[in-house]
Each structure stands twice: as structure tokens, then as C-alpha cells.
Design a protein around this ligand. Sequence first.
Ligand code: NDP
Length: 466
Amino acid sequence: SKAEIGLIGLGTMGAALASNIADNGFDIAVWNRTSSVTDAFHANAGDLAARITPTQTLVDFVAAIAEPRAIILMVPAGQPVDDQIAALRPLLGDNDLIIDAGNANFHDTNRRAVEAGDLPFLGIGVSGGEEGARFGPSIMGGGKREYWDRVAHILSAISAKHETTACATWMGQAGAGHFVKAVHNGIEYADMQMIAEVYGIMRDGMGMDNAAIAATFAKWDQGPLKSYLIEISGKVAAAIDPATGQPMLDVIVDAAGQKGTGRWTAIEAQHLAAPIPAIEAAVVARNLSSQLETRAAGEALFGTGPRKLPHDALGLDTLEQALMVGKILCYAQGFDMISKASVEFGWDLPLPEIAKVWRAGCIIRSDMLDDMAQALGEDANRNLLFAPRFADIVKANHDALRQTVAMGALHGVALPALSSGLAYFDALRTARGTANMIQGQRDFFGAHGFARTDGGSGHHGPWGNS
Ligand code: NDP
């Protein structure tokens, strides 16, 4: 009998996803550009081999799948996806569905949806890395709802489960799924960066060793910060390098890599005029981290100053509270951006469902997302910061964030994401800010006009330069 679904691209993610699909009882046909990879995948599939049909040519691959076909692409984002679609389409019927499951830029997915015309096409964001793809990722779908419905049973079956709820959700038309995945990655950047900044305070400001830092993260993972990222940060800090016997963290170069999805989020936020400073700061921090030589020259020229904080300047509880508030701020920013995109692109994105789909399977999974899903369920249009349950946490703990940022600033420990999160918070709780000065300046040099506090717009000042 023919396979229920096909998959192209047996790299890290594709092989894991294909195994997951077979493991869930679905027959799957697979094809890979390099045939030896296909053969090795099938040979090593163990019990799952019976449900996997390896194929050597695209024609055989297409013939091995039951009609109407559904075919997942798991190849590198960009041109390879366009090339693969171009190679595949002539072999397919008008009702056969192509699903791009890579990390596509959502603008590309929008374009491909238009190019597909009436031919079935979906773009789905898959989060959770290799482990997630193999045992249950978080899946964010975009495209026509009827196409999603055709494969929803398979995608739900292979997805992560939060209790019994599948983490596979249709987000909206065209690029909506890949857009939500990009914002997920932006939030991931900010969450990781804030954890790294707190690690910096513990290491440089408090002089803690890796074992003590690991124990602190492990403790926090039992409290309100409980999350996959806190858990793995503790494990990373605890690990010992087998080659040298040194703490693993101490032998890792401090230059962060990136594949660009955080950058897309920052760029898109600017287009949408959506303020996400903590996420932008995290992207900037990764960019700066790779300037190793400049940073070394900077340290030689300026020195680092006394980075050690005074004894008892900050307690670990204060750091935990600061991180809690920072985390709420970066999620509030991410969801605010999603809500702006929803209006701008006419997507009607389901915000509470987005928080739910991130509760399991993906990198940013955490207990706090459950509360976020509830808060967004009460009012999806309200900034998360204003939801009573989060407002209460922020009211009780923002002073801890302020103390942490202040101590970092006084002692030269860079805290870009935490401090920009704090500035965002302070701006949001200031009814009368300072943009009146900006408007005065703009009117002075450009006659741009301003609104008056006592009414009316388009007024000009008595600058005497007209
Ligand atoms: P890999 O590099 O491990 O695998 C790439 C696969 O694509 C290989 O099977 C390769 O075949 C094939 N391929 C490469 N170029 C072409 C081409 N021009 N035409 C046809 N096939 C091609 O990548 P990953 O599995 O890591 O990533 C796949 C996608 O998933 C990417 O979009 C990535 O961003 C996304 N992703 C990755 C995650 C991760 O944690 N790795 C997490 C979430 C998404 P061959 O054997 O012939 O080289």
C-alpha cells in the first residue's frame, strides 16, 4: 500500500521528523538529494523501517505516496526550497499538498503561497530542535485552513503534548505560521540573553564558581522561573570538559552564533513599529559577542573596572526576581508584536493559542506560558504586562530588576536585555514622557507641527525661524 505522507530532506531535522511520523504509526515515503543518506536512514531505522519507503528518484518518491499527496520539505531555507518546489510541482497533481517545514522567512512563505495559486501549499514552523522533531515538536501552521485540516491529524499526532493538548496549531493564512515561529525565536534570543546576563552577574559580579551557578539555576528551575532554558543553563554550567577536566563553560568561546531568525524578528518589528527592545538588545548582544578582537582591544584600552559587586549588594533572590520581571517583559514585547502583525497583515492570529502551542516541545517552553495563555484568553488585545496576574508580579518585583540593572551599570557588567527591558517598563508607566521635546525639535527644524495639551493639532511654536 502507498505511504500516507512523504518527506524530502533527511538531514538533522528531516530524519528526526520522518522517524517521529513512522513512530506514530503513519507510513512515510522519503527522498534525499544524496541517495546514500536515504539508504543509511532506512538501514538504521530499526523497527520503524517497515513503515518507511526509501526512494532513489523523485518520480519513485511521488509514486509511493497515496493521493491526494502530502509532502513535507525539510531542506535549508531559501533557494533550496524554491528549487525543490520547482522540481516537484511538475510531478504532482493539482490537489497534492507541499508543506515547507523549514525555517523559512515568512515573507518567502507569503510569496510561495501566492506563486502556488490554487495549488495546495502550507508553511509550517517547527520548533524544538532535533530532539523535538524526533519526539514531539511545537508546530505553527500557515496557509489555507482546508490544507491544514488535511494533515492536522498527522501533525497533531507527532507534536508535543501539554498534558493532553497537542502543540500543533493553525495560525492563519500564508506566512502566519512562519511569522509566529520567527517571533518565538526572537523571544528565545531574549530569554537566553537575560539568563546569560544573570550568569555574568553571578560570575563576574559575585565571584561565584560554575558549580554554585549551576546549583542556583537548578534551584530556580523548581520555582516560578521553571523552564527548559533555565534547566539546560544549569546543566551547561555543571558540565565538565572531558578533554581538560575544566568546567565546560570556561572553555567555550564567548561568541554567539545565529542563523538569523532573531534578526528577522527585529527587522520586522521595526517595519511594524512594534517596540521589542529586549529582543533587539539580544540580537545586538550576539552581534557584539562576535567582535572578539575589538572587545579584547577595548579591555586593554579602557579596562573593565572593578566588576566585583560590594558584598551583599545583590542577593540571589533579587537576581531571581529580576529575571522573572525581565522574562515577563520580553514575552509582553513578543506578544505585542504578534498582535500588531495580526492587524497589519490581516491574519487574525490566535494569541492565546500561540501561548498554548509554546507550552511544550519548543525551546521557550515554560510554566509561565500556561499563565500567559490564560491571561491572553481573558483579553488578547491587552499588553501582557497589564494582565492582573503579571501586573502583580511586576509590581512586587520590578525593584529587584532595577537594583540588578543599577549594580550592573555601576560595576561595568553589561546587561543589555535586562536594562532595555527595564527602560521599556519605565516608559510604559510614564503617562507624560519626553516626546514633547522631540516634537518641539521637529517643529523647530522642520515645521512638522505638534498637538497641544489643551487641544488641536498642527500647531507651530514661536521659534522665530520661519
Ligand atoms: P541539515 O543541514 O541537517 O539537512 C539539510 C537537508 O537538506 C539534507 O537532507 C540535504 O541533503 C538537503 N538539502 C540541502 N540543500 C538542498 C538542496 N539544494 N536541494 C535539496 N535538498 C537539499 O539541516 P537541518 O535539518 O538542520 O535543517 C533543515 C531546516 O529545518 C532548515 O530550514 C532549518 O533552519 C530548519 N530547522 C532546524 C532546526 C535545528 O535545530 N537544526 C530547528 C528548527 C528548524 P543532502 O544530504 O543531499 O545534503
